[in-house]
Ligand binder design. Sequence first.
Ligand code: HEM
Length: 319
Amino acid sequence: MNTSDRISHLPASGEEYSGLAAEAVDAIEELSGVHPGYRRAHAKGICCRAFFRPSGLGMEFTTAAHLQEQQVDAVVRFSGSSTDPALADLLSPAKGMAVQFSLPDGGITNLVGVTIPVFFARTPESFIDIVRTAHRAQAGTLGTLELIKEITVHFSESKTSLLAVKRLKPPASYAESHYYCIHAYYMVNSAGRQQPVRFEWIPETGVRTLSAEDAAQQPEHYLEDELELRFKDESAIFQLVAVLGEEGDPTDDPTRAWPEDRRRIDLGRLHISEIIPEPEGLVMDPTAITSGIQLSDDPILNFRSAAYADSHHRRSEGR
Ligand code: HEM
């Protein structure tokens, strides 16, 4: 399938997923309980003020306003992946970094990353199936044969992601972690050329993790404490990298990485300077794109919009 074929097969909008989204959020609640007023995933988080200074190198690939030459403001939310807002940082291995850029025309666009390069489910349906299976396994209502069957069904799609989670070491800082935005998008330039892309955030000072001994010494919420201390002296800086997909690289499968040798473009630097209260109504929907960027045909990417809206609806009602 070539690039333009892929784009013409895009779902019309996230709305078609709204019933399935409620099922997904219900499944998460059944597995992990409800923490009223909080996000149904990545419940624990901290917002920061930032600005993004583009390098200008993105202009060849996209007309997106924040990837030209003009600096734009941004809000960043760092998070732990758990649904429990009180869980100790060490107990939720994967971390998130969601960035909302303020565009010159008053609009916004988001990029949402985590510290593993691929996701564990290929479609919304398999996401729900995996979460429900985990719940039944946890509740002890899944027979051995059924468990083996479920593991066999989903093992090949989940394997890379589960191994990546297993390999994660406790981060020394939210600011010294590498975040992957996982899904493919397209950058579209002024000639209308569509370039498949995956985005990554690379910490300017490198990745730093804690040894088991050091980790054991940390207070429960050490990542937030560390950021507060850091911002007294310096900003946290991340490079935004565009990884360029080539013919044959999957754009519809968040469980599969692209080959390591793909060309990488330095799109600019994000400077994060201080902790701020969470802006009202903040939803880091990864489908909130802008002119010059298009969604790929990844079913998980397209589904997330409805799932995040559902979670936002529940938490804004105090549920
Ligand atoms: C079927 C797939 C997925 C479902 C159902 C799902 C579900 C959710 C939900 C319900 C929230 C809370 C939204 C809110 O209340 O604002 C959330 C937040 C989040 N998710 Fe996902 N998610 C999925 C896939 C992913 C993937 C592939 C990533 C990797 C980039 C990811 C990273 C995050 C992050 C970083 C947050 C926190 C955003 C913030 O700080 O506001 N999720 N997810």
